[in-house]
Design a protein around this ligand. Sequence first.
Ligand code: PAF
Length: 282
Amino acid sequence: MVIITKIPQLIAYVAEQKEQGHSIGLVPTMGALHAGHMSLVERAVKESDTVIASVFVNPTQFNNPNDLATYPRTEEEDCRLLAGAGVSAVFMPEVCEMYPDGAHQEKEFDLGEAAEVMEGKFRPGHFQGVAQIVSRLFELCRPDRAYFGEKDFQQIAVIRNMVRSEGIKVEIIACPIKRADDGLALSSRNALLTPEQRAVAPSIYKALKEGVEYSRTHGVRETHHHIVEAINAVPELETEYLEIVDGRTLLPVEEWEESPDVVGCITVYCGRVRLIDNIRFR
Ligand code: PAF
């Protein structure tokens, strides 16, 4: 596996792969890799001749400086995992390589209504930052396919909107959430949980799953209440939001019958660690 840290080196590598007629799969990550990331890599390796993974903690998508400062970083272990999984190249730039003029937003992307709700409301600027880095990675890596995890359900919808509005030719592949045996959605942020917090965090998924059962005999509002109450009753857990939305538009639904695709998207603070998850109701 080639380790690339500079943009000209990446451009040359991609040109070489294209000249050889190789298809390119891109797995963008912020590192601290876990089995969820590795499931994206595994799929990319099966489907593409050349797989590029990026490891870059993108400052422009963090609206909370403390979140950025404490974001877990495990570059050596990340490289070991990626090489073992058959990745062809890893792109690990410094912040100044990606943002030579400073890490700020240079243009406003059209990300549609899907970017205004949920994470868009609670983390202003977050999706603009995601669009900025992902569009740059697409421009540099020119992938045929790019792989994203469904844990970040809203992120996938927003990236699809960005690809459409920017006219980028790439297939966006959504891969299912990976969970620990106790149901907790795998996330790099789980590494920040204390043992006590880690022990209660699976209550989020447990409440979501029970919520799906409850929804068979109750309305959207009652189900919403039921889930939030169950989670907030657990010490250390505090729901920031639960939105029950149409999985295609991400806009809230009032009745189950409104859409064939209804998803509950949730963010919960476990102590100071912000965890997100989602579940399909219909
Ligand atoms: O999902 C993530 O880890 C990040 O938002 C991404 C897509 C790598 C962009 O920095």
